[in-house]
Design a protein around this ligand. Structure first.
Ligand SMILES: *[C@@H]1O[C@H](CO)[C@@H](O)[C@H](O)[C@H]1NC(C)=O
Ligand SMILES: *[C@@H]1O[C@H](CO)[C@@H](O)[C@H](O)[C@H]1NC(C)=O
Ligand SMILES: *[C@@H]1O[C@H](CO)[C@@H](O)[C@H](O)[C@H]1NC(C)=O
Ligand SMILES: *[C@@H]1O[C@H](CO)[C@@H](O)[C@H](O)[C@H]1NC(C)=O
Ligand SMILES: *[C@@H]1O[C@H](CO)[C@@H](O)[C@H](O)[C@H]1NC(C)=O
Ligand SMILES: *[C@@H]1O[C@H](CO)[C@@H](O)[C@H](O)[C@H]1NC(C)=O
Ligand SMILES: *[C@@H]1O[C@H](CO)[C@@H](O)[C@H](O)[C@H]1NC(C)=O
Ligand SMILES: *[C@@H]1O[C@H](CO)[C@@H](O)[C@H](O)[C@H]1NC(C)=O
Length: 481
């Protein structure tokens, strides 16, 4: 009798313990959300959110160059662009003889095991994740994929549909990490400029959608969810377009490949023509031209010789763009980004709230390469040893102090533990198929493509473990009474 009781207690405790120690995290990236939009507009939900949780008064510093694809990979890997190798939105890889962009299928570019997005770190440590529209999430990393991912980059899906999916995953599956990317307010910022009414309206819509998210988290997840809302870079007015770069300053036949989008112009000259190209680039007004090895160290933008060209021209003036356009009207963007990652206009947003975070904590700023470590801390993951660009050194105050967090957890442990157990035990029936993500309610293009065998069996093992615990508990209880 004593033995059985002890067994029941042990099992119940371990079940409760497992549930109570199962922190969950939603990361939302809102593309091109310039940091000071938050000060310029009285966005009620977002401003209340950051005042209640972690508020970064000067925003979050992107990595250089301040573009979307590279910064999402820096956020996900905790690495500088020169180390993870995604050096622009689109670039040519000389080793693979392939142009790589946000929609590229994996064809060898993710085979270096030391480059590991956080969802891969999590998957390898048996923490389940869903990654929606985050750049590169549709790729296999060294043979590993998250439990759920969208199969192609798209800007056709409304923010609320992505929110609906995230909530559903947390409710129905034993998922601990959801990462969700949305393409606004970047799109409006490019088309109409950062100060435009179009951007303002988009920000208020995003704010309202965030309210919808928080209401659902409160009602359906008992508010037991950590949420980070961040962005990849800022946005500024395009004030001067220098064009056309080619006919006017450079002979195309001297160039093997270029990267020209956003503020940076990176050039791979053909053999033997580097000095000549350097001289010509230097004739462009208001730019500084660097050889790859002479790029300022703080940019961390010189290592990948197979992807970066030998020369980089950077505008000296924020807002200046170099363009291939040959007519005045053929550079349509009113807003852009890509300039120096220390400029105030290029700073991104960061705010966080939830049971693992402190309340009403203000910090000055953080680096986006720190996010990887914040996620590891919350989900109790061992970080990839190559993720050395960021750290938690200046961020210890953003987490809930240990004493407080254990008491919070134990006080709320009974409710979430039962709900976690029941939701996870109902999961296998729906998730044993290859499409746990798609449900009748969403016509969205989110497709959960087939999982690898290891992942599927990993997910099932997790659920089986929980069911096994429950069954043992009931059997033990039965014999006890
Ligand atoms: C690179 O790929 C193209 C086709 O995509 C091919 O024509 C060319 O020969 C390849 N170059 C090298 C060096 O392999
Ligand atoms: C916010 O969204 C709700 C629906 O969730 C809608 O009814 C309301 O009109 C929206 N408010 C604004 C200001 O757009
Ligand atoms: C950007 O351009 C708009 C419209 O031309 C102007 O009103 C605004 O002041 C500019 N913003 C900055 C930061 O220069
Ligand atoms: C450099 O500029 C000169 C003068 O415009 C031009 O003749 C020459 O072809 C250019 N060379 C390269 C490599 O672009
Ligand atoms: C831009 O270049 C022009 C011509 O070289 C020069 O007169 C001007 O001072 C430069 N502006 C800045 C802000 O450097
Ligand atoms: C193009 O713009 C420049 C100055 O920005 C102006 O001098 C020139 O006349 C314009 N050309 C046309 C065809 O509009
Ligand atoms: C990862 O770290 C190892 C050991 O320091 C190093 O040899 C390797 O180049 C690193 N990989 C990357 C992509 O930085
Ligand atoms: C921490 O903050 C101090 C003071 O703001 C700064 O000098 C230091 O570089 C920061 N360290 C890291 C690792 O970010």
């Amino acid at each position: 009798m004593y033995y059985q009781l002890a067994l029941v207690q042990l099992l119940l405790l371990s079940a409760i313990d497992a549930a109570a120690n199962t922190p969950r995290l939603l990361i939302i990236s809102l593309d091109g959300f310039r940091h000071d939009y938050l000060n310029k507009y009285e966005l009620p939900t977002l401003n209340q959110f950051r005042n209640q949780g972690i508020r970064a008064n000067n925003g979050m510093r992107p990595t250089f160059t301040t573009m979307t694809f590279p910064n999402h990979i820096s956020i996900a890997t905790g690495m500088y662009q020169e180390d993870h190798g995604v050096i622009h939105n689109t670039f040519y890889d000389r080793r693979l003889n392939k142009t790589i962009g946000m929609s590229s299928r994996d064809e060898g570019q993710w085979s270096d095991p030391s480059i590991e997005p956080i969802w891969i770190t999590a998957t390898k440590q048996n923490v389940k994740s869903a990654v929606l529209f985050w750049p590169a999430c549709h790729n296999e990393f060294n043979g590993v994929r998250p439990l759920i991912y969208t199969s192609i980059y798209s800007d056709a899906v409304p923010y609320r549909e992505k929110i609906d999916s995230a909530i559903r995953y947390f409710r129905e599956l034993p998922i601990q990490l959801v990462m969700l990317y949305h393409f606004e307010p970047d799109k409006q910022g490019h088309a109409y400029g950062p100060d435009s009414p179009e951007v303002r309206d988009t920000l208020f819509r995003l704010d309202n959608d965030t309210k919808y998210l928080l209401d659902r988290v409160k009602e359906e997840l008992n508010d037991d969810l950590n949420i980070i809302i961040l962005s990849d870079h800022g946005m500024t007015n395009v004030t001067k377009v220098v064009r056309p770069i080619f006919e006017k300053y450079l002979d195309r036949s001297a160039i093997e490949s270029t990267i020209l989008s956003g503020a940076l112009f990176n050039v791979m000259p053909r053999n033997g023509r580097t000095e000549e190209v350097l001289r010509n680039l230097s004739n462009i007004p208001n730019v500084t031209v660097y050889k790859r090895d002479e790029m300022p160290e703080r940019f961390h933008y010189s290592k990948p010789k197979h992807r970066l060209g030998e020369l980089t021209a950077l505008p000296d003036i924020e807002g200046q763009i170099l363009s291939e356009a040959t007519t005045n009207s053929s550079y349509p963007n009113k807003g852009n980004h890509g300039w120096d990652n220390t400029l105030p206009s290029m700073q991104a947003i960061f705010m966080a709230r939830g049971p693992s975070f402190g309340k009403s904590v203000q910090i000055s700023s953080l680096n986006n390469v720190d996010i990887y470590h914040i996620v590891c801390q919350i989900l109790k993951l061992n970080p990839n040893p190559n993720a050395t660009a960021g750290s938690l050194r200046n961020l210890t105050q953003i987490f809930m102090p240990i004493e407080t967090s254990t008491s919070t957890l134990s006080s709320s442990s009974s409710a979430p533990s039962t709900s976690t157990l029941s939701s996870s035990s109902s999961a296998p029936s729906t998730s044993s198929t290859t499409t746990p993500a798609t449900s009748r309610s969403t016509p969205m293009t989110v497709r959960t493509t087939t999982r690898t065998t290891t992942l599927a069996s990993g997910a099932d093992r997790f659920v089986f473990h929980r069911i096994f615990l429950c069954v043992i508990c009931f059997v033990a209880l039965f014999f006890t009474f």
